[in-house]
Each structure stands twice: as C-alpha cells, then as structure tokens.
Design a protein. Structure first.
Length: 392
C-alpha cells in the first residue's frame, strides 16, 4: 500500500518549489521530522531535504536559481538554503565508513536506502517525493508510526555504538511518539549507559533540556533512573528528586504554566547551591541558566509565606520556580509586575541624615517594612520614613 504525505502549508511553499526545480524532483526528497510530523498531523517548521547531488553541486544549482546558501556542515554534506519563510537544510546522501560513538567518518552515496540505514529510528527514516509526495519507507517506519512504537533501525546496540547520544535521543523520541518501551532499545541503553561519559557535556546538556521541555517527561526520567542512564548524566538526582519532578509537572499543569526545562532540571537537583553550580558548569549551561539553578537551590520553607515579597527579592521567574516546587499558590504572581521601591537615599539626606551607612540602613529597614506590608503607596513609605526618623 502506497502512503502519500498529505498536502500542507509547507509542502505548497513557493520557495520549496524553486528549490525542487533547481535540484531536480528526482534528486531531492523531504526527510525526517517534517515527514514524520506531517503524517501525524503535527505542525512542522523545520524542513530537511536529502539529495543525490554533492554539496558543491547543490551550491552551484541554487546559485543559478537565485537561492542563497550557507555551507553549514559541508564536511558532512549539509548546505542550508536561505529563504524568508524558513530555511531548508539539504544533505547529500551518506553512508557511514567509521564511527567511534562521538564522530562519524562518512562517504557520499547515490542510494536513498544507504542514507536511511545510517539514521537512528525507523520513524525518522521516511522520505517523501517533492512532487508526488509518495513516502518511501525502508525499515518499517510507517508501521511503527501507526503503532506509536519507537525502534532503532537494525540492531539497537550497533546504532548506539555509532553515536552514544542516541541513548538520550531514544528516551526523548519514545516520550514524544511511543506508547511503550521497546525491550531491545531499553536493554541496549542500559548496557551502554556508561558510554555517555565520553560525550561532550554540551551535547548531553542540550539533549537533556530537549527531553525536559516535553509535556510530561517524569515517567521517562523515572525509567532512565531504573536503567542506570540518569545516574550517568545527572548523578546528583536521586529517587527523591525524580519524584519531585513528577510533582512539579503536576503543579505546572494545575497552574496552567507551560513546561520549562530549566525549572524541571532544578527539580532534579537537591536544594544545595554548590551542587547547582557544579551541574551548570559540567553541562556548560549559560550564565543565566546557572543563576537560575542556584536561585532555585536557595529555596526554603518560608517561600510561600509572601509570594510577591519573594518575587521582589529574587525575580518572578525564580519565585515561580520555588513556589511550584513547594506546591504553593502561584496566583498572586499572575499578571503582577514587580514594583519599584519609591524612596531614594537623597530624600533621606534632604531630611538631615548625613550621607553614609545610616542612609543605607534606613533605606534597607524601610524597604523591608514596605515588602512586609505588601508594597503600599509612596504616601505610606513617607510615613515609614517619618516614623523611622522620629524613633531615631
């Protein structure tokens, strides 16, 4: 039975038709996520193409057609066609010559099946003709897609030995597209989990964030811990932290908040600042991400007492994180903007207080009262200043 890709907005894009004309409809196929997601009725924004042409030929043909290209990964056969309505990555058909779990030596090919054979999962090895939209399936990906089953192409152990990151990709794709765990894949991930230590920390950190950004990764993270995978990439996360992630996902849902990968990573760590700093350094997280993890790590039992006061002190983002982890009410922060303290040191000096430590002490004391009284008006702040000067 022939399966055809349903026509969608992206398959009808004029710029894609220009690209097909430039490369020739028999020498290009839409491939991977755009095909998979369209078959599932999901929106697809990232369009990838495979071609028989060598990268230099792709560049020359696109140039002749007035299409700008960028040699984004030319050593591995990838050229990006630049369009206003979304770029397209075009990769020459490839086969693996040698792999070491981190990098692959490839050779270019003329066979679509060769290219399909080097991909990770059957559901990612689907190729659609750009004009007929007929889907070529070399390894049972259509059946797996219909059954909501995520399987490695061929032998799972072999696929993982080619690229150890596929362990983490398996859990992410199974979470998105699978209804159950594949026994062969699970066994291979468990056996080869120690190989994750050889990967770059940036790749591990990025893949972990991709997983945690999914609607509900908690059962998957639990499964990863059962198989010894989580311990290899996040040894700081124990059973208590995994359970905490599940509670956080539920709290986010109850509060109608979108999934947040960094908040969920914070849930997987104990509330210890040096631990958060060490994880951020190891996974090569950004400074902003590190600061967020350490802010959440400072959470305590008093956070829920005054949600807006907490937000004033640490920012709304971190306050939301800490309140959700405490299973506390986040509604006081909905639509609330952090106010500006309506008193300056110069006003205290104008009232006769000499510049120096006393001005700072008064400012801090009045600001604390202002927070405790839930941010009253400036008139009340002036009263506080009067009271402080009188008492002093």
């Amino acid at each position: 039975m022939t399966t055809t890709l349903p026509a969608t907005d992206w398959t009808a894009r004029d710029n894609l038709a220009r690209l097909v004309d430039a490369l020739g409809p028999d020498d290009i196929r839409w491939v991977g996520g755009c095909v998979r997601d369209t078959l599932l009725g999901l929106a697809s924004n990232d369009i990838d193409a495979a071609t028989r042409h060598l990268p230099a030929t792709v560049i020359d043909r696109c140039k002749a057609a007035g299409i700008r290209t960028i040699p984004t990964g030319i050593d591995h056969g990838t050229v990006t066609a630049v369009f206003d309505d979304g770029n397209v990555e075009i990769t020459t058909l490839r086969c693996d010559v040698e792999t070491d779990g981190r990098h692959a030596t490839i050779a270019f090919s003329q066979e679509w099946r060769d290219d399909a054979a080097r991909r990770d999962f059957t559901i990612n090895a689907l190729y659609a003709h750009p004009l007929t939209l007929v889907v070529n399936d070399y390894f049972g990906g259509l059946d797996d897609l219909a059954a909501r089953r995520v399987r490695f192409i061929g032998d799972a152990t072999t696929r993982i030995r080619e690229d150890h990151l596929r362990i983490l990709r398996y859990f992410r794709f199974a979470t998105r597209f699978g209804d159950e765990w594949d026994a062969e894949a699970s066994a291979a991930c468990q056996a080869l989990a120690p190989t994750l230590k050889g990967l770059s920390r940036e790749r591990v950190g990025a893949e972990l964030q991709n997983l945690l950004a999914l609607p509900d990764p908690a059962p998957t993270v639990h499964r990863m811990r059962e198989l010894g995978v989580l311990q290899e990439i996040l040894p700081e996360s124990g059973g208590r932290e995994v359970d905490q992630l599940a509670r956080l996902v539920e709290a986010e849902r109850d509060a109608a908040l979108a999934p947040d990968a960094m908040r969920r990573m914070a849930a997987l760590l104990p509330p210890i600042v040096p631990v958060a700093e060490a994880v951020a350094a190891r996974l090569r997280l950004s400074r902003a991400q590190r600061d967020r993890l350490t802010c959440v790590a400072r959470r305590d039992t008093e956070d829920a007492r005054h949600p807006r006061g907490l937000a004033y002190s640490v920012g709304i983002e971190c306050a939301l994180d800490r309140l959700l982890l405490a299973a506390a009410d986040t509604s006081p922060l909905k639509g609330w903007e952090v106010p500006v303290f309506p008193l300056k040191g110069g006003e205290i000096v104008a009232r006769g207080v000499a510049r120096g430590p006393e001005v700072a002490r008064l400012l801090q004391a009045i600001e604390r009262r202002w927070i405790d009284e839930h941010f009253p008006s400036r008139a009340r702040v002036v009263e506080m200043l009067d009271e402080s000067l009188h008492d002093g």
